[in-house]
Design a protein around this ligand. Structure first.
Ligand code: UDX
Ligand code: UDX
Ligand code: ADP
Length: 469
């Protein structure tokens, strides 16, 4: 029986290992983490992350060939294949602060693998890392290895949150990078055999290590670039009378461009896009390529601009003052079907509104109050000037209330800001909501999900992204 151990039971490690266990009954999979509460949650009825379909998969395999444990050393020592799926946040201090990836967690994991291993191992990079990380990891492993053979593979994960299980069941591609030596190729084959249990062979791409590492950063940069491109167009649409959804529909019909991932929004969020682009920018700068670095920086700048524009539109539409006005915030997670708030545009939008002294009433179906308050009180990292710990942290908790349904949030509010495209916001009883709000009642739809005509008939003043009012 092949034994797999995954270090890191987060948004990537947890779902990925659950699906491997589900699709490969003959493989034993143990997911380990330093966080006891996380592992306890994975072993309970209430999983630590919300992801449609995940619970079902976990329940089918847990206790059979899928285990969650904090006994890291024991399981690493036993495994044939070790996935490393620990977090790689942006460095906040020192060389490369604001842009470079912080590999502390990775290095700790690598040293532990070197310390406890007694047999040959395949070590798989699963978390997104800078190009050439595999080389650094290889050094740590081989310099401490007491003669044990380690093969490093890069196998970046392309799942998107909210659709993780579908993405894992039916991936566009699986990418495996390895050394082009006989041992390297043998290791690639061993990992390929795991995925071949359910992924058609032509979708499993094998490359060299550096191509695999760079492809992950490139894919996220390209995806984010599409959103910044369409969001930049949305500003021009608002100024000219064009409608951004008509423009993106027309543009996306060109098969060379394609229709997906062209929805204009209040801005992209999530743990990957900004972090990976900053990483790419840093790598370009380190390699003497400032023009390339500047090109990609612009994608983040447009995203920041989009969030600022949204706040400005709210304030200017409401007679230039929102001080002490109640504003309902519908949705706080960075996209629907996840409770994850990492880099969510809602953080910057809420801070902007709070900066103008609004009273916010926030509702999200999956994000707990503690998380929202925590996110709003953290200092924001200024990636361009990491030395000057940027914008002031928000320190007026009484300006914010977090509530448990959309009707409570909107009752008595002067305006509603929709910041996440949760399905339940499409089917709200807007007449009931309108009747509970003072006039004029505003809706600022940051995700373009409401039926504008219908709401205008009720009496709302509606603003959508990329459309003149
Ligand atoms: C992304 C990549 O899609 C995935 O392949 C990679 O493995 C991790 O990063 P994720 O961040 O989970 O996945 O979600 P994604 O669906 O890509 O959305 C990212 C952000 O872009 C969200 O805030 C989303 O609302 C926004 N978005 C997406 C838009 O604003 N418009 C779109 O058309 C699509
Ligand atoms: C373009 C648009 O494709 C077309 O829809 C529009 O109506 C007019 O402008 P054209 O300039 O004739 O058409 O040719 P196109 O095939 O788009 O190529 C433009 C340039 O891009 C060429 O120099 C081509 O060599 C280059 N190119 C294209 C690349 O370098 N890489 C590619 O992958 C594709
Ligand atoms: P991602 O979105 O990349 O999966 P997460 O932050 O959700 O990132 O998950 C990373 C997990 O890795 C966390 O649960 C964290 O506790 C765990 N982790 C970090 N360092 C180590 C380590 N050295 N050993 C075991 N687990 C670790």
């Amino acid at each position: 029986m092949v034994e797999i151990c995954c270090i890191g039971a987060g948004y990537v490690g947890g779902p990925t290992m659950a699906v491997i266990a589900y699709k490969c009954p003959s493989v034993e999979v143990v997911v380990v983490d330093i966080s006891k509460p996380r592992i306890t949650a994975w072993n309970s009825e209430q999983l630590p992350i919300y992801e449609p379909g995940l619970e079902d998969v976990v329940k089918k395999c847990r206790g059979k060939n899928l285990f969650f444990s904090t006994e890291i050393e024991k399981h690493v020592a036993k495994a044939d294949i070790i996935f490393v799926s620990v977090n790689t946040p942006t460095k906040t201090q020192g060389l490369g602060a604001g842009k470079a990836a912080d590999l502390t967690y990775w290095e700790t994991a690598a040293r532990l693998i070197a310390d406890v291993s007694k047999s040959a191992k395949i070590v798989v990079e699963k978390s997104t890392v800078p190009v050439k990380t595999a080389e650094a990891i290889e050094k740590i492993l081989t310099h401490n290895s007491k003669g044990i053979s380690f093969q490093i593979l890069s196998n970046p994960e392309f799942l998107a949150e909210g659709t993780a299980i579908d993405d894992l069941f039916n991936p566009d591609r699986v990418l495996i990078g390895g050394r082009e030596t006989p041992d390297g190729m043998k290791a690639v084959k061993a990992l390929k055999d795991i995925y071949a249990h359910w992924v058609p062979e032509e979708r499993i791409i094998c490359t060299n290590l550096w191509s695999a590492e760079l492809s992950k950063l490139a894919a996220n940069a390209f995806l984010a670039q599409r959103i910044s491109s369409v969001n930049a167009m949305s500003a021009l649409c608002e100024a000219t009378g064009a409608d951004v959804s008509e423009v993106s529909n027309a543009v996306g019909k060109d098969t060379r461009i394609g229709p997906k991932f062209l929805n204009s929004s209040v801005g992209f969020g999530g743990s990957c896009f900004q972090k990976d682009i900053l990483n790419l920018v840093y790598i370009c700068e380190c390699n003497g390529l400032p023009q390339v670095a500047n090109y990609w920086k612009q994608v983040i700048k447009v995203n920041d601009y989009q969030k600022t524009r949204f706040v400005n539109r709210v304030v200017s539409s409401m007679f230039n003052t929102i001080a002490n006005k109640k504003i309902a915030i519908l949705g706080f997670s960075f996209k629907k079907d996840t409770g994850d708030t990492r880099e969510t545009p809602a953080i910057d939008v809420c801070r902007g509104l709070l900066g103008d002294n609004a009273q916010l009433s926030i509702y999200d179906p999956q994000v707990p109050e503690r998380q929202i308050r925590d996110d709003l009180s953290k200092r924001k990292l200024d990636w361009e000037h990491p030395g000057h710990a940027s914008s002031v942290s928000f320190s007026a908790p009484e300006q914010v209330s977090v509530v448990t349904d959309a009707y409570q949030a909107t009752k008595g509010a002067h305006a509603i800001c929709i910041l996440t495209e949760w399905d339940e916001f499409r089917s709200l009883n807007f007449q009931r909501i309108y009747d509970s709000m003072p006039n004029p009642a505003y809706i600022f739809d940051g995700r373009n999900i409401v039926d504008v005509e219908k709401l205008r008939k009720i009496g709302f003043v509606v603003y959508s992204i990329g459309v003149t009012e």
